[in-house]
Ligand binder design. Structure first.
Ligand SMILES: C[S@@+](CC[C@H](N)C(=O)[O-])C[C@H]1O[C@@H](n2cnc3c(N)ncnc32)[C@H](O)[C@@H]1O
Length: 455
């Protein structure tokens, strides 16, 4: 081997070949699909748009991007007594998940927000456009779109998801005075929720059917959980109070989940730590937003069925979502405590939940495919021609193999099934990318980003 050839090769700069020097990538960019998204972002977006909404760049022409500023939020740090696990999580995921109000509530199957930002960019979405997530879960798309100045509509059949998504959106702008006050009166707030919502029982999923009446002393009247319709009628002050109530309630429900799983901390300590973290998260993003004077776009969280979207034909500029991965997670079982608290009959809801319908595995898989085709046909109806519907999906080969009675290696991926079903509804495949899944051991190794373009 010619030694010059080696040194010539090694002195080349791969990143320099992909990006001119004025573009500095974000630190911790270490997956191939991230580099791919960064490359498309830089090809598609102007420098001004990259500074406002780019997901993978720290700076352009010496100026920091909003994403970099939002994530670093230099003026704040985690509270001194945070656990080392929490600290290391924040550090590792600073640019991927650790910004905005995404840190509120750890919902199963949640999107990775930085990727959503990158994808919305390469789908051609711009401030003022409208994006839909027909299965919004915890509302990652809504929060991300709001921060990017893109209007959004989120739909989920679970009322708990609507509540969670709405709370995360409100936390971007709500006044935090009352929530700070509540932290100083933590015991009283905890006692109030323990009485009205139900107490956590370590190792047991507690159940409570209905909230009790009454308001704790640190809150003014009107601080009760209010429905979507009621919200529209609230005065500004009532809305602020209700925002705080939702914020505290979400923190309480979050802490119940932790307390049910682990007895490491007494429930009151768990609640206090979570409320402190919620305040930290909201204060951090609000500080950056106030400093940058960015416009936050409106986001609407709706409880509805993705198979029957309450939206007009051809009104959306983009759709992005992640369906349940067949029947990998029982969302109702996971959220039973929270749903019961909101007065939801979980077994009735089961009938509208994709992936949960059906008596046995093979019937479940059949119904899953039928339901997903209905969702695709609805997406095709509401999307403007030429625009993109992006679906992020992985396949649990072992589970589907069992349902079909075939070897897991022979199972057709859900991404392929969705492309075929989408083609029946005026979609064509524009791009497919894959990314490794971390955290789910063995059963799923990759998930796919499927970009379908409306004819
Ligand atoms: C993988 S999760 C989405 C997570 C979301 N991307 C996030 O970032 O939190 C799938 C969601 O689909 C919802 N879902 C299931 N069936 C539905 C239906 N028929 N209509 C609307 N949403 C549905 C579930 O409640 C669940 O929240």
């Amino acid at each position: 081997m010619n030694p010059h050839k080696i040194s010539d090769a090694l002195t080349q700069d791969l990143f320099g070949k992909l990006f001119p020097p004025k573009y500095q990538l974000i630190p911790n960019l270490n997956d191939l699909y991230e580099l791919e998204l960064a490359f498309y972002e830089q090809q598609i977006l102007s420098d001004k748009a990259l500074l406002r909404n780019g997901a993978y760049f720290a700076s352009v022409g010496g100026k920091f991007t909003q994403h970099f500023l939002m994530c670093t939020g230099k003026s704040l740090k985690l509270p001194e007594h945070s656990s080392s696990r929490l600290k290391s999580f924040f550090e590792k995921n600073l640019f991927r998940t650790g910004y905005g109000t995404h840190g509120l509530f750890p919902y199963r199957g949640k999107f990775h927000p930085q990727m959503i930002k990158g994808l919305m960019n390469i789908m051609g979405l711009k401030p003022g456009d409208t994006v839909l997530d027909p299965m919004m879960g915890s509302g990652t798309v809504l929060v991300e779109a709001a921060l990017m100045g893109i209007k959004s509509i989120g739909i989920d059949s679970s009322p708990f998801c609507r509540f969670m998504a709405q709370t995360k959106i409100d936390a971007l702008t709500m006044s935090l005075n009352r929530a700070r006050n509540a932290l100083n009166n933590c015991q009283e707030v905890f006692d109030y929720f323990a009485k009205s919502v139900g107490k956590p029982v370590v190792g047991i999923k507690a159940r409570r059917k209905k909230p009790l009446e009454g308001v704790m002393a640190v809150m003014e009247p009107a601080a009760e959980y209010v429905t979507q319709e009621d919200r529209a009628r609230l005065t500004k002050k009532q809305k602020e109070t209700s925002d705080t109530y939702n914020f505290l309630l979400l923190a309480y429900l979050d802490s119940v989940g932790y307390s049910e799983r682990s007895s490491r901390k007494p429930p009151i300590e768990q609640f206090k730590a979570i409320l402190e973290r919620y305040l930290f998260v909201a204060e951090k993003i609000q500080k950056v937003l106030n400093g940058a004077e960015l416009d936050i776009a409106p986001a609407k969280a709706i409880e509805a069925d993705a198979r029957d979207l309450p939206l007009e034909n051809k009104t959306l500029d983009g759709i992005i979502f992640s369906p349940p991965y067949s029947f990998a997670i029982d969302y109702l079982d996971n959220d039973a405590f929270h749903l019961n608290y909101l007065g939801v009959e979980t077994e009735t809801l089961r009938n509208s939940m994709i992936g949960l319908r059906g008596k046995n595995l093979s019937e479940k898989f059949e119904l899953y495919q039928e339901d997903m085709e209905k969702v695709l046909s609805e997406c095709s109806r509401v999307l403007r021609p030429g625009r993109i519907c992006t679906i992020i999906v992985g396949t649990n080969n072992n589970q589907i193999g069992k349902a079909l009675g075939v070897d897991p290696e022979e199972v057709q991926g859900l991404h392929e099934i969705l492309v075929k079903r989408g083609e029946k509804h005026d979609f064509k495949l524009a791009k497919m990318m894959s990314r490794p899944i971390t955290g789910i051991s063995n059963t799923m190794r990759l998930e796919y980003i499927v970009m379908l373009q409306r004819n």
